[in-house]
Design a protein around this ligand. Structure first.
Ligand code: COA
Length: 243
């Protein structure tokens, strides 16, 4: 569980990062940075449906195969995102400064009477944002949420070639069972505690604040850019010969 002082430090880091000008920030193709102590992971609702679809549509065929177990077509991805049930399931996301959904996870709760306390985890991280720990952080968050919701068994279906996903599950203590090209992992979750509930609440608050700050910073820089454009237009008109 994340300690409050770490959460506080993380919120300071988020604020400090947003105050830096875009020019001084890391380039998208720069080598991966060390992951901050805490990654703001927020719960997504129906208003994020289109961005979820865009995130999944931007996965290449190999990633679609790893994520869904088959090479999902654009139409199948649309159907999947249109059918997401935000009331029953939990969808988590990580947004970058441009408010692009760079990573998301779907925790699907079982509706079967005899497996009510089970949930299944699925995740995807955009290629440019991999190996920064986002996949593992989403898994941790989903574990905490599932346990807080009374789930005691979490399942992960992965293709056996999916080393990264299997590593995430194994690192978290899951039992891995390989059956040819497919692997199933299951993880027994600890019961919820006051600490796990408080931590989840704090993490969600921090992620919502981070999202609002990113939205404000994005609007602010868009406004600055349009002012700059207007200034250049006026200067250009003044400098035209014959004036
Ligand atoms: C699986 C996936 C979510 C991992 O995301 P990620 O953010 O890159 O993963 P992390 O950075 O948290 O790494 C998790 C672990 O996997 C390891 N790992 C990451 N990429 C790896 C790779 N290509 N090969 C082997 N191990 C890898 C990391 O070293 C780390 O292990 P460690 O903590 O023991 O060092 C991402 O590769 C992905 O989106 N794949 C396509 C969709 C998919 O496969 N979904 C899972 C099926 S539901």
């Amino acid at each position: 569980m994340v300690e409050p002082k770490i959460l506080f430090q993380a919120s300071l880091d988020v604020g400090r990062e947003l105050l830096r000008s875009p020019a001084s920030r890391q380039e998208p193709d720069a080598p991966p940075k060390r992951v901050p102590v805490m990654v703001p992971i927020r719960s997504l609702g129906p208003s994020h449906r289109e961005r979820i679809a865009q995130h999944l549509l931007s996965l290449d065929p190999q990633d679609r195969y790893l994520r869904f177990g088959y090479v999902a077509s654009d139409e199948q991805i649309r159907r999947y995102s249109d059918g997401l049930n935000f009331e029953r399931d939990e969808i988590f996301g990580i947004y970058n400064r441009k408010l692009e959904l760079i990573a998301m996870a779907h925790l699907a709760f079982s509706t079967e009477a005899d497996s009510k306390s089970c949930a299944e985890f699925g995740v995807s991280v955009l290629r440019a944002s991999r190996s920064r720990g986002y996949g593992a952080r989403l898994f941790d968050r989903a574990m905490m949420h599932a346990s807080n919701e009374g789930v005691d068994l979490m399942f992960i279906h992965a293709l056996s070639e999916n080393t990264a996903m299997i590593k995430i599950a194994r690192n978290a203590g899951a039992v891995i069972e390989r059956d040819g090209s497919e692997t199933e992992a299951h993880l027994r979750l600890p019961p919820a505690t006051l600490d796990s509930r408080m931590t989840e609440m704090l993490e969600e608050q921090l992620a919502q604040t981070d999202y609002r700050l990113k939205a404000q910073a994005k609007n602010f820089y868009a406004l600055l850019a349009s002012l700059q454009e207007m200034r250049q237009g006026v200067r250009g008109a003044r400098e035209k010969p014959g004036r």
